[in-house]
Write a protein that binds this ligand. Structure first.
Ligand SMILES: [Zn+2]
Length: 145
C-alpha cells in the first residue's frame, strides 16, 4: 500500500475551477465523486478529505508537542497512587522520615528560609554600586567573624 503523501489527489476540478482535493479511487485518477460512483458528490468528498487530513495533522502535532517533561508528568499522573503509597510505605513501615518529608514538601512546599539583613533604615536601592560593594564586604566580614 502506498503512503498517502505519495498519492496524487483527484485530477477533477471543483465548481470554482480549483483542483479537487479528494483522493482518487484506487487505480483511477479521479475521486468517486468525479467518476460518478455511488452517491458521493465531489464537493462533499473533497470536504471530507480535507477533514480527514486536518484530523491527521492535529494528531501528528499533538504527538510532536509532547515534551520529555509532558511524558514524565503523564507517567506520574498514571502512577500517582502507587507513588504516594511507596513514599508512605518507606516512611511509615521502614521508618524513613526523609520519604515522608519528601512527600509532604512536594505537596505543601518547603518552608521558606528568610535571611534578615540589618541595613539601619537604609534603602538599598538608593546606594551606588561602590556603596553596595562596601556593604557586601562588611556583611561578609561580619559573617566570618
Ligand atoms: Zn474529485
Amino acid at each position: 500500500m502506498r503512503d498517502d503523501n505519495e498519492r496524487q489527489t483527484c485530477t477533477g476540478q471543483t465548481a470554482n475551477g480549483e483542483r479537487c482535493t479528494a483522493w482518487p479511487v484506487r487505480g483511477r485518477e479521479q475521486c468517486a465523486g468525479h467518476l460518478g460512483l455511488g452517491k458521493l458528490d465531489p464537493k462533499a468528498a473533497s470536504l471530507r478529505s480535507a477533514e480527514v487530513r486536518a484530523e491527521r495533522k492535529q494528531a501528528r502535532l499533538a504527538k510532536r508537542e509532547m515534551s520529555y517533561s509532558d511524558h514524565v508528568a503523564a507517567a506520574i499522573e498514571r502512577n500517582a497512587d502507587a507513588i504516594v503509597q511507596a513514599f508512605l510505605d518507606a516512611g511509615l513501615k521502614s521508618g524513613d522520615w526523609r520519604a515522608l518529608e519528601a512527600l509532604v514538601t512536594r505537596h505543601l512546599g518547603k518552608p521558606v528560609e528568610r535571611v534578615e539583613v540589618e541595613t539601619e533604615g537604609v534603602d538599598l536601592r538608593s546606594l551606588s554600586d561602590v556603596e553596595l560593594q562596601a556593604l557586601k564586604r562588611k556583611l561578609l566580614m561580619q559573617r566570618s567573624a
